[in-house]
Design a protein. Structure first.
Length: 301
C-alpha cells in the first residue's frame, strides 16, 4: 500500500484528535464507549495519541450483553492493559436481574437492544456528561443524521431535528442539568478508512475479524455462529464454515461472512470489492425500516 496516497487518513486522524481534545476541554466527566470492535479500538487508539505521553483522561465503558464472542472479551481485557486505560463494565444481565429490562424470548431473541437501558443507567450512575462512541456516518442512514457533538436530553433521548450547527470546527457542548452529549470523533471515516488506518498503524485487532473455521448455521440468508445464546429451529443444521466477521456485536444478531481473508491486506481488498455494507449482516437493523433510528431516539448509542 502506497502511504503517499493515504494523506486523507492523516487529515481524518487530525480531525478526530481535535474533537477528542475538545471533549476533554469542554466536559467535566466524559467516557469512551468500548465494545472491542474495530471502530471503538480506533477511537481509543486516537485518544491515546491525542493525549500522549499522558494517559487517556477518561475511562472506557463496556456495556456487556453477556452474549459476546469469547475472542472479543479476551481482546478487550488485553487491549485495556496495552493502552494503559481504565475500564468500567456494566452488565445487561444485571439490568435483567433488577427488573429494569425483560429478557426477550423465542427464536429471534436478542439482548442487543437491551443495552440501551444499561447504558443510560450507567451514564446516570456515574454522571457522565459526554459519551464518546465509534459510530460512522457511512454505517447506516440514521447514523448519517448525527453531528460530531450529538445532544441528548435529560431522558437520554435523541431528536435528529434538534441538533446544534457545527460550523468551522466550532462545537457547542453547552447543556442543561441532566443532559449529556454523545460524541462521534470518527463520523467522517468510512469502513475502508478504518481498515487502511489500522493497517498503516499496525494496530492489533480481535482474531474473529480474520478468516477462521467455526460451527455455523444459516437463517434468513445470514450465517450465524452457533452458540448457546441462539435457539435453533428444527430445520437448521450446524456445519463448520470458513468465515470472518466484519462487525462485532451480540452473538444473537451478528452475522458472519464467508471469507478467506486472513491478513489486513486481504481484508482491505475484500472490503474494496464488496457491495454489501458491514451492517448488512446485523439482524437487529432489519427489525423495522427505521430500526436504528428508533433505538437511537430511545438512548441507543
Amino acid at each position: 500500500m502506497n502511504t503517499q496516497k493515504l494523506s486523507h487518513l492523516k487529515e481524518l486522524e487530525s480531525e478526530s484528535i481535535f474533537i477528542l481534545r475538545e471533549v476533554a476541554a469542554q466536559f467535566e466527566k466524559p467516557v469512551l464507549l468500548f465494545s472491542g470492535g474495530k471502530d471503538s479500538i480506533l477511537v481509543s487508539w486516537l485518544a491515546r495519541k491525542a493525549f500522549w505521553p499522558a494517559k487517556i483522561p477518561f475511562q472506557l465503558l463496556h456495556i456487556d450483553t453477556g452474549h459476546n464472542f469469547t475472542e472479543t472479551i479476551e481482546y478487550r481485557d488485553w487491549w485495556v492493559k496495552h493502552i494503559d486505560a481504565k475500564l468500567l463494565v456494566r452488565s445487561v444481565q444485571d439490568s435483567i436481574n433488577k427488573g429494569r429490562v425483560a429478557e426477550e424470548k423465542g427464536i429471534h431473541a436478542s439482548r442487543n437492544a437491551l443495552q440501551t437501558v444499561t447504558l443510560v443507567d450507567a451514564i446516570e450512575e456515574f454522571k457522565f456528561d459526554a459519551a464518546i462512541g465509534g459510530a460512522r456516518r457511512d454505517e447506516e442512514k440514521a447514523r448519517a443524521k448525527e453531528r460530531f457533538f450529538s445532544h441528548r436530553d435529560e431522558f437520554s433521548q435523541w431528536d435528529p431535528k434538534n441538533q446544534r450547527p457545527e460550523l468551522w470546527n466550532l462545537f457547542n457542548g453547552k447543556k442543561h442539568t441532566g443532559e449529556h452529549f454523545r460524541i462521534f470523533p470518527i463520523s467522517n471515516w468510512t469502513e475502508m478508512d478504518v481498515w487502511q488506518y489500522i493497517y498503516s498503524e499496525n494496530i492489533a485487532i480481535p482474531s474473529i475479524y480474520f478468516s477462521h473455521t467455526r460451527p455455523c448455521f444459516e437463517r434468513d440468508g445470514v450465517t450465524y455462529a452457533h452458540s448457546e445464546f441462539v435457539q435453533l429451529k428444527s430445520s437448521e443444521k450446524v456445519v463448520d464454515k470458513v468465515v470472518r466477521f466484519r462487525t462485532i456485536g451480540d452473538m444473537s444478531c451478528t452475522g458472519a461472512v464467508g471469507s478467506t481473508a486472513s491478513t489486513l491486506e486481504e481484508i482491505i481488498q475484500e472490503v474494496a470489492s464488496t457491495r454489501v455494507t458491514e451492517r448488512g449482516s446485523r439482524i437487529d437493523d432489519r427489525r423495522s425500516e427505521a430500526a436504528m433510528e428508533e433505538r437511537k431516539k430511545a438512548g441507543y448509542f
